[in-house]
Unconditional design. Structure first.
Length: 348
Protein backbone atom coordinates (compact mmCIF):
# COMPACT_ATOMS: atom_id res chain seq x y z
CA UNK A 1 0.00 0.00 0.00
CA UNK A 2 1.42 3.35 -1.04
CA UNK A 3 0.09 6.79 -0.14
CA UNK A 4 0.76 9.94 -2.13
CA UNK A 5 -0.35 12.90 -0.01
CA UNK A 6 1.17 15.58 -2.22
CA UNK A 7 -1.73 15.98 -4.62
CA UNK A 8 -0.19 18.51 -7.01
CA UNK A 9 -2.31 17.52 -10.00
CA UNK A 10 -6.03 18.10 -10.25
CA UNK A 11 -6.95 15.24 -12.63
CA UNK A 12 -8.45 12.22 -10.92
CA UNK A 13 -9.95 8.82 -11.76
CA UNK A 14 -13.67 9.11 -11.03
CA UNK A 15 -15.68 6.45 -9.28
CA UNK A 16 -18.14 4.58 -11.48
CA UNK A 17 -21.01 6.38 -9.72
CA UNK A 18 -19.70 9.77 -10.85
CA UNK A 19 -22.17 11.49 -13.25
CA UNK A 20 -21.89 9.82 -16.65
CA UNK A 21 -22.59 10.43 -20.31
CA UNK A 22 -22.10 7.43 -22.60
CA UNK A 23 -22.03 3.74 -21.85
CA UNK A 24 -20.06 1.84 -24.50
CA UNK A 25 -21.06 -1.51 -26.00
CA UNK A 26 -18.87 -3.27 -28.56
CA UNK A 27 -21.38 -5.40 -30.45
CA UNK A 28 -20.86 -9.13 -31.20
CA UNK A 29 -20.69 -10.33 -34.82
CA UNK A 30 -20.01 -13.47 -36.84
CA UNK A 31 -16.27 -12.80 -36.83
CA UNK A 32 -16.05 -13.12 -33.04
CA UNK A 33 -16.02 -16.12 -30.72
CA UNK A 34 -19.77 -15.61 -30.37
CA UNK A 35 -20.43 -16.93 -33.90
CA UNK A 36 -21.78 -20.27 -32.67
CA UNK A 37 -24.41 -18.60 -30.44
CA UNK A 38 -25.19 -15.31 -32.13
CA UNK A 39 -28.95 -15.38 -31.52
CA UNK A 40 -28.48 -15.94 -27.80
CA UNK A 41 -25.78 -13.32 -27.29
CA UNK A 42 -27.50 -10.72 -29.47
CA UNK A 43 -30.66 -11.12 -27.37
CA UNK A 44 -28.55 -10.34 -24.29
CA UNK A 45 -26.88 -7.34 -25.94
CA UNK A 46 -30.25 -6.08 -27.12
CA UNK A 47 -31.53 -6.22 -23.54
CA UNK A 48 -28.43 -4.35 -22.40
CA UNK A 49 -28.82 -1.73 -25.13
CA UNK A 50 -32.47 -1.26 -24.15
CA UNK A 51 -31.69 -0.83 -20.44
CA UNK A 52 -28.82 1.57 -21.18
CA UNK A 53 -30.27 3.72 -23.97
CA UNK A 54 -33.62 4.14 -22.21
CA UNK A 55 -31.68 5.95 -19.48
CA UNK A 56 -28.61 7.60 -21.03
CA UNK A 57 -26.62 7.79 -24.28
CA UNK A 58 -25.16 4.62 -25.78
CA UNK A 59 -21.80 4.58 -27.58
CA UNK A 60 -21.96 1.66 -30.00
CA UNK A 61 -18.91 0.14 -31.68
CA UNK A 62 -19.12 -2.52 -34.42
CA UNK A 63 -17.87 -3.29 -37.94
CA UNK A 64 -21.40 -2.44 -39.16
CA UNK A 65 -24.59 -1.21 -37.53
CA UNK A 66 -26.30 -4.24 -35.97
CA UNK A 67 -29.43 -5.38 -37.77
CA UNK A 68 -30.89 -6.23 -34.36
CA UNK A 69 -31.05 -2.49 -33.59
CA UNK A 70 -32.99 -1.49 -36.70
CA UNK A 71 -36.14 0.27 -35.49
CA UNK A 72 -34.71 0.57 -31.98
CA UNK A 73 -36.99 2.91 -29.94
CA UNK A 74 -34.03 4.87 -28.52
CA UNK A 75 -32.01 5.11 -31.75
CA UNK A 76 -31.66 8.85 -31.17
CA UNK A 77 -29.50 8.13 -28.13
CA UNK A 78 -27.00 5.96 -30.02
CA UNK A 79 -23.63 7.31 -31.15
CA UNK A 80 -22.37 4.68 -33.61
CA UNK A 81 -18.70 4.30 -34.57
CA UNK A 82 -17.84 1.80 -37.28
CA UNK A 83 -14.55 -0.08 -36.96
CA UNK A 84 -13.12 -3.62 -37.03
CA UNK A 85 -13.27 -5.59 -33.77
CA UNK A 86 -11.98 -8.90 -32.43
CA UNK A 87 -14.44 -9.28 -29.58
CA UNK A 88 -16.88 -7.48 -27.29
CA UNK A 89 -15.21 -6.74 -23.95
CA UNK A 90 -15.45 -2.94 -23.88
CA UNK A 91 -14.42 -2.77 -20.22
CA UNK A 92 -10.95 -3.91 -21.15
CA UNK A 93 -10.30 -2.25 -24.51
CA UNK A 94 -12.14 1.01 -23.81
CA UNK A 95 -10.63 4.32 -22.71
CA UNK A 96 -9.98 4.86 -19.01
CA UNK A 97 -10.92 8.48 -18.37
CA UNK A 98 -9.40 11.02 -16.00
CA UNK A 99 -11.36 14.17 -15.25
CA UNK A 100 -10.64 17.64 -13.97
CA UNK A 101 -13.25 20.10 -12.78
CA UNK A 102 -11.72 22.87 -14.89
CA UNK A 103 -10.43 21.10 -18.03
CA UNK A 104 -11.38 18.58 -20.69
CA UNK A 105 -11.07 14.90 -19.72
CA UNK A 106 -7.98 12.84 -20.49
CA UNK A 107 -8.85 9.75 -22.53
CA UNK A 108 -6.18 7.24 -21.55
CA UNK A 109 -5.48 4.59 -24.19
CA UNK A 110 -3.64 1.71 -22.53
CA UNK A 111 -2.35 -1.35 -24.33
CA UNK A 112 -4.87 -4.19 -24.47
CA UNK A 113 -3.13 -7.45 -25.33
CA UNK A 114 -5.90 -10.01 -24.91
CA UNK A 115 -5.42 -10.56 -21.17
CA UNK A 116 -1.76 -11.43 -21.33
CA UNK A 117 -1.67 -12.58 -24.98
CA UNK A 118 -4.28 -15.31 -24.46
CA UNK A 119 -6.48 -14.11 -27.35
CA UNK A 120 -6.15 -12.00 -30.49
CA UNK A 121 -6.57 -8.28 -29.74
CA UNK A 122 -4.99 -6.51 -32.70
CA UNK A 123 -8.28 -4.90 -33.79
CA UNK A 124 -9.62 -4.25 -30.29
CA UNK A 125 -6.40 -2.51 -29.34
CA UNK A 126 -7.11 0.06 -32.08
CA UNK A 127 -10.75 0.77 -31.17
CA UNK A 128 -9.81 3.79 -29.06
CA UNK A 129 -7.89 5.25 -32.00
CA UNK A 130 -11.04 4.94 -34.12
CA UNK A 131 -13.12 6.59 -31.40
CA UNK A 132 -10.65 9.47 -31.17
CA UNK A 133 -10.49 9.99 -34.94
CA UNK A 134 -14.29 9.92 -35.16
CA UNK A 135 -14.58 12.57 -32.44
CA UNK A 136 -16.94 10.28 -30.57
CA UNK A 137 -15.78 11.53 -27.19
CA UNK A 138 -14.82 14.90 -25.81
CA UNK A 139 -11.36 14.84 -24.28
CA UNK A 140 -7.64 14.80 -24.95
CA UNK A 141 -6.39 11.52 -26.38
CA UNK A 142 -3.50 10.28 -24.22
CA UNK A 143 -1.27 7.48 -25.48
CA UNK A 144 -0.47 5.06 -22.64
CA UNK A 145 0.21 2.03 -24.82
CA UNK A 146 3.57 1.41 -23.19
CA UNK A 147 1.63 -0.06 -20.25
CA UNK A 148 -0.82 -2.98 -20.37
CA UNK A 149 -3.96 -2.30 -18.37
CA UNK A 150 -7.58 -3.42 -18.56
CA UNK A 151 -10.46 -1.47 -17.07
CA UNK A 152 -11.82 -4.54 -15.33
CA UNK A 153 -8.63 -4.85 -13.30
CA UNK A 154 -9.04 -1.60 -11.36
CA UNK A 155 -11.66 0.03 -9.14
CA UNK A 156 -11.62 3.70 -8.05
CA UNK A 157 -13.56 5.47 -5.31
CA UNK A 158 -12.90 8.88 -6.91
CA UNK A 159 -11.11 10.01 -3.74
CA UNK A 160 -7.63 8.68 -4.48
CA UNK A 161 -8.01 4.99 -3.60
CA UNK A 162 -7.54 2.25 -6.18
CA UNK A 163 -8.48 -1.41 -5.60
CA UNK A 164 -6.82 -4.09 -7.73
CA UNK A 165 -5.59 -7.70 -7.65
CA UNK A 166 -2.00 -8.84 -7.59
CA UNK A 167 -2.73 -11.97 -9.63
CA UNK A 168 -3.81 -9.85 -12.60
CA UNK A 169 -1.46 -6.89 -12.52
CA UNK A 170 1.56 -9.09 -11.78
CA UNK A 171 0.63 -11.80 -14.30
CA UNK A 172 3.15 -12.73 -17.02
CA UNK A 173 2.78 -11.20 -20.49
CA UNK A 174 1.37 -7.92 -19.25
CA UNK A 175 4.04 -5.76 -17.61
CA UNK A 176 6.38 -8.56 -16.58
CA UNK A 177 9.54 -6.43 -16.58
CA UNK A 178 8.06 -4.33 -13.77
CA UNK A 179 7.94 -5.27 -10.10
CA UNK A 180 4.93 -4.78 -7.85
CA UNK A 181 6.60 -1.65 -6.51
CA UNK A 182 7.19 -0.36 -10.05
CA UNK A 183 3.57 -1.00 -11.07
CA UNK A 184 2.20 0.62 -7.93
CA UNK A 185 4.37 3.68 -8.47
CA UNK A 186 3.14 3.91 -12.07
CA UNK A 187 -0.52 3.68 -11.00
CA UNK A 188 -0.08 6.28 -8.28
CA UNK A 189 1.53 8.74 -10.67
CA UNK A 190 -0.70 8.02 -13.70
CA UNK A 191 -3.99 8.22 -11.79
CA UNK A 192 -2.90 10.71 -9.11
CA UNK A 193 -3.69 8.27 -6.31
CA UNK A 194 -3.23 8.40 -2.59
CA UNK A 195 -3.30 4.65 -1.97
CA UNK A 196 -3.46 1.32 -3.79
CA UNK A 197 -5.20 -1.61 -2.14
CA UNK A 198 -3.94 -4.96 -3.44
CA UNK A 199 -6.15 -8.02 -3.17
CA UNK A 200 -3.91 -11.08 -3.02
CA UNK A 201 -6.64 -13.74 -2.86
CA UNK A 202 -9.74 -14.74 -4.77
CA UNK A 203 -10.44 -16.26 -8.16
CA UNK A 204 -13.28 -17.67 -10.25
CA UNK A 205 -13.07 -20.94 -12.14
CA UNK A 206 -13.28 -20.36 -15.88
CA UNK A 207 -12.00 -16.77 -15.66
CA UNK A 208 -9.58 -15.76 -18.43
CA UNK A 209 -8.51 -12.44 -16.89
CA UNK A 210 -6.21 -13.64 -14.10
CA UNK A 211 -8.80 -12.49 -11.54
CA UNK A 212 -10.03 -9.05 -12.54
CA UNK A 213 -11.16 -7.20 -9.46
CA UNK A 214 -14.58 -6.49 -11.02
CA UNK A 215 -15.39 -10.19 -10.75
CA UNK A 216 -14.57 -10.29 -7.03
CA UNK A 217 -14.87 -7.01 -5.11
CA UNK A 218 -16.20 -3.56 -5.99
CA UNK A 219 -15.80 -0.15 -4.42
CA UNK A 220 -19.15 1.50 -3.62
CA UNK A 221 -20.18 4.86 -2.11
CA UNK A 222 -19.77 5.51 1.60
CA UNK A 223 -16.47 3.60 1.92
CA UNK A 224 -18.23 0.33 1.12
CA UNK A 225 -16.91 -2.75 -0.66
CA UNK A 226 -19.36 -5.23 -2.19
CA UNK A 227 -17.67 -8.60 -2.58
CA UNK A 228 -18.37 -12.22 -3.46
CA UNK A 229 -18.74 -14.41 -0.39
CA UNK A 230 -18.57 -18.21 -0.53
CA UNK A 231 -20.03 -20.07 2.46
CA UNK A 232 -20.11 -23.57 0.94
CA UNK A 233 -17.09 -25.47 2.22
CA UNK A 234 -17.45 -27.99 -0.58
CA UNK A 235 -17.12 -25.31 -3.27
CA UNK A 236 -13.70 -25.08 -4.91
CA UNK A 237 -13.67 -21.32 -4.30
CA UNK A 238 -14.24 -21.53 -0.57
CA UNK A 239 -10.65 -21.23 0.69
CA UNK A 240 -9.57 -18.46 -1.68
CA UNK A 241 -12.71 -16.37 -1.15
CA UNK A 242 -12.53 -16.80 2.62
CA UNK A 243 -8.95 -15.52 2.48
CA UNK A 244 -10.10 -12.62 0.30
CA UNK A 245 -12.80 -11.74 2.81
CA UNK A 246 -10.25 -11.79 5.64
CA UNK A 247 -7.93 -9.49 3.70
CA UNK A 248 -10.78 -7.09 2.90
CA UNK A 249 -11.32 -6.72 6.66
CA UNK A 250 -7.76 -5.42 6.99
CA UNK A 251 -8.17 -2.66 4.40
CA UNK A 252 -8.52 0.90 5.65
CA UNK A 253 -9.84 4.10 4.13
CA UNK A 254 -7.64 7.17 3.84
CA UNK A 255 -9.06 8.22 7.22
CA UNK A 256 -7.86 4.97 8.76
CA UNK A 257 -11.32 3.41 9.13
CA UNK A 258 -12.32 -0.11 8.09
CA UNK A 259 -14.53 -0.44 5.04
CA UNK A 260 -18.17 -1.42 5.32
CA UNK A 261 -18.28 -4.86 3.72
CA UNK A 262 -21.42 -5.99 1.85
CA UNK A 263 -21.40 -9.66 0.82
CA UNK A 264 -22.82 -10.78 -2.51
CA UNK A 265 -23.97 -14.39 -2.86
CA UNK A 266 -21.92 -16.95 -4.73
CA UNK A 267 -24.03 -18.18 -7.66
CA UNK A 268 -24.74 -21.88 -7.91
CA UNK A 269 -22.23 -23.52 -10.21
CA UNK A 270 -22.91 -23.09 -13.94
CA UNK A 271 -21.16 -25.33 -16.48
CA UNK A 272 -20.64 -25.25 -20.24
CA UNK A 273 -21.38 -28.14 -22.60
CA UNK A 274 -17.96 -29.65 -21.89
CA UNK A 275 -18.52 -29.65 -18.15
CA UNK A 276 -16.21 -26.70 -17.46
CA UNK A 277 -17.34 -24.32 -14.74
CA UNK A 278 -18.19 -20.81 -15.91
CA UNK A 279 -17.30 -17.61 -13.99
CA UNK A 280 -20.76 -16.47 -12.88
CA UNK A 281 -20.50 -13.56 -10.44
CA UNK A 282 -22.80 -10.87 -9.06
CA UNK A 283 -19.84 -8.51 -8.56
CA UNK A 284 -19.90 -7.78 -12.30
CA UNK A 285 -22.62 -5.11 -12.04
CA UNK A 286 -22.69 -1.75 -13.86
CA UNK A 287 -23.42 1.53 -12.06
CA UNK A 288 -25.34 4.08 -14.14
CA UNK A 289 -26.65 7.54 -13.34
CA UNK A 290 -29.99 6.41 -11.98
CA UNK A 291 -29.73 2.62 -12.00
CA UNK A 292 -27.48 -0.34 -11.32
CA UNK A 293 -27.60 -3.14 -13.89
CA UNK A 294 -27.10 -6.42 -12.07
CA UNK A 295 -26.25 -9.70 -13.81
CA UNK A 296 -28.69 -12.54 -13.17
CA UNK A 297 -28.30 -16.27 -13.81
CA UNK A 298 -31.84 -17.71 -13.58
CA UNK A 299 -31.25 -18.43 -9.89
CA UNK A 300 -34.21 -16.66 -8.25
CA UNK A 301 -32.98 -16.81 -4.65
CA UNK A 302 -29.40 -15.73 -5.39
CA UNK A 303 -30.52 -13.15 -7.97
CA UNK A 304 -32.81 -11.58 -5.35
CA UNK A 305 -30.11 -11.62 -2.64
CA UNK A 306 -27.69 -9.85 -4.97
CA UNK A 307 -30.29 -7.23 -5.88
CA UNK A 308 -30.98 -6.52 -2.20
CA UNK A 309 -27.27 -6.11 -1.44
CA UNK A 310 -26.82 -3.70 -4.36
CA UNK A 311 -29.89 -1.71 -3.29
CA UNK A 312 -28.17 -1.27 0.07
CA UNK A 313 -24.90 -0.25 -1.60
CA UNK A 314 -26.58 2.21 -4.00
CA UNK A 315 -29.64 3.68 -2.28
CA UNK A 316 -31.83 5.75 -4.58
CA UNK A 317 -30.81 3.86 -7.73
CA UNK A 318 -33.09 1.40 -9.48
CA UNK A 319 -31.68 -2.14 -9.41
CA UNK A 320 -32.28 -3.78 -12.80
CA UNK A 321 -31.56 -7.44 -13.42
CA UNK A 322 -30.20 -8.53 -16.81
CA UNK A 323 -29.93 -12.22 -17.70
CA UNK A 324 -26.23 -12.81 -18.39
CA UNK A 325 -26.18 -16.56 -18.88
CA UNK A 326 -25.14 -15.97 -22.49
CA UNK A 327 -22.19 -13.75 -21.52
CA UNK A 328 -20.61 -16.21 -19.12
CA UNK A 329 -20.43 -18.76 -21.95
CA UNK A 330 -17.45 -16.67 -23.13
CA UNK A 331 -16.21 -16.20 -19.57
CA UNK A 332 -17.35 -12.65 -18.81
CA UNK A 333 -20.46 -10.87 -17.62
CA UNK A 334 -22.29 -7.54 -17.63
CA UNK A 335 -19.60 -5.15 -16.39
CA UNK A 336 -17.07 -6.76 -18.72
CA UNK A 337 -19.00 -5.79 -21.87
CA UNK A 338 -19.63 -2.16 -20.88
CA UNK A 339 -17.55 0.97 -20.27
CA UNK A 340 -18.92 4.18 -18.79
CA UNK A 341 -17.66 7.67 -19.59
CA UNK A 342 -18.04 10.76 -17.37
CA UNK A 343 -20.51 13.45 -18.38
CA UNK A 344 -17.71 15.80 -19.50
CA UNK A 345 -16.66 13.22 -22.13
CA UNK A 346 -19.88 13.54 -24.13
CA UNK A 347 -19.13 14.79 -27.63
CA UNK A 348 -20.93 17.92 -28.80
Amino acid sequence: MTKNDNMEKTYFLPAEWHPQSYIQLTWPHEGTDWAYMMDEVEACFLNLAREIASRQPLLLVAPKFPAALEGFPWAGRIRFVQCPTNDTWARDHGFITLIDRHADPLLLDFCFNGWGMKFAADKDNLINSHLAKAGALNGDYTNCRDFVLEGGSIESDGEGTLLTTSTCLLAPNRNDTMSRTDIERYLVERFNLRQVLWLDYGYLAGDDTDSHVDTLARLCPGHTIAYVRCTDKSDEHYGALQSMESQLRTFRTLDGDPYRLLPLPMPEAVYDDDGQRLPATYANFLVMNEAVLCPTYAQPENDALAARALAEAFPGREIVGVDCRALIRQHGSLHCVTMQYPESAKSL
